[in-house]
Design a protein around this ligand. Sequence first.
Ligand SMILES: *Cc1c(COP(=O)(O)O)cnc(C)c1O
Length: 471
Amino acid sequence: MDERRKALLSGLPKIDELMALLEKRGIYEKAPREIVRATCRQVVGELRDAIRGTGSGKTSMRLPVAEQVADQITEIIAGLHRYRLRRVVNATGTILHTNLGRAPLCREALERIQEVGGGYSNLEFDLARGQRGLRYDHIRDILCVLSGAEDALVVNNNAAAVLLILNALAEGKEVIVSRGELIEIGGEFRIPEVMAKSGAHLKEVGTTNRTRINDYENAIGENTGLILKVHTSNFKIMGFTEDTGLASLAALGKRHGVPVMEDLGSGCFLELDHYSLPREPTVSDVMETGVDVVSFSGDKLLGGPQAGIILGKRELLQRIKKNPLNRAVRIDKLTLAALEATMIQYLRPEKAACRLRVLKTLTEPLTEVTKRAKRLLAMLRRSRLKGLVLSLKKGFSMAGGGSLPICEIPTALLAIQPECMSAGALEERLRRLDVPIIARVAEEQVLFDLRTVEEEEFTFIRDGLKRAVST
Ligand SMILES: *Cc1c(COP(=O)(O)O)cnc(C)c1O
């Protein structure tokens, strides 16, 4: 090692020296001694690596003085106190944005989380009998009333629901699935792989574009455990296609004594076609087909917390509830509290369409969205933001979250053209704000889709834009 590097290494601040400096600055208000010491070691270690790593020609590196290193450590420790999981403004126009937390909760759900989560509750206590109860019982009746199902169970999410059902009803047996429905949802959820993990054996039938009832019937044998239908949530096959309706599958299952399940994906309780959206069969429509078990998410079109909802015949649900995997994927009390409040909204469907933000956003008429866009434009014009050319445009929002995949929902966009930086640079600055604003960029403009932005968020946008152009 050359002399210059040796000198740099011996000039590094000592840990004890840094600790003394930091103590004077009151660092122990923010973190205990062990954490402070570990952070000092980490920062000094990085400096040491940097010195060792510099090429032999590049020995011009300047060593920070102890005060500067202490600044850096103070900043790291202050950073530990800052929340990483934060609210953002979703200006993307994707309503169920999986990366942005999918469904925002309604006020009632939030209140219930606070009330139930902040104290003790009867989570697993039967108040009438004074003995142990089941957590699923709180939500069972409302789910059954709203869907027409005999019994209900709720787990951590829909992926867990599918895994649990397959394991409980078909471990070691064959599950018949159409080749047109061997889907990937995103992340790690692929039907053939979930099937393998569940211990059930996939029995593919039909073709990608056409699967008929005979294909299913011919595949039924000694070892058939289940017939599975999967909602092809995030894509559509068009043209020369044929699929077998759930009602005929349910009848086929009944004839052969094989249970029939549908992974519904989204699960919708509102008649979407009343709001000029494409018709999705509601959960009650699905139950009416005679299907034995269905599962869907709590945080897609339902508009509630992350959860996997399982509805169906009592005898099958009992088997699913008793399966050991159920304990591993069970729902927690906060989710249960929020889900119960969400489901109660559906007792008055027109109100649910306003109260649950996912549904409100999805069904809001374009005229209302446009009015909101005009109000935002006027507010931003009043605040005289420099270096931004603002205008309104027409565009399309998306349902997202694998729901209504080919449906383009007309919307109003606020287009922002920065004069002194690229649109990409502005988009990045907006993303790095304390309350980040997540927007789209197209044709050198930053686009805010007003369908997913609420009036209450306008001040974040105004203040955020101000900051983004001033720094
Ligand atoms: C979204 C989806 C899932 C996964 O649901 P999560 O609640 O995200 O776990 C499974 N199946 C289908 C058809 C889906 O659309």
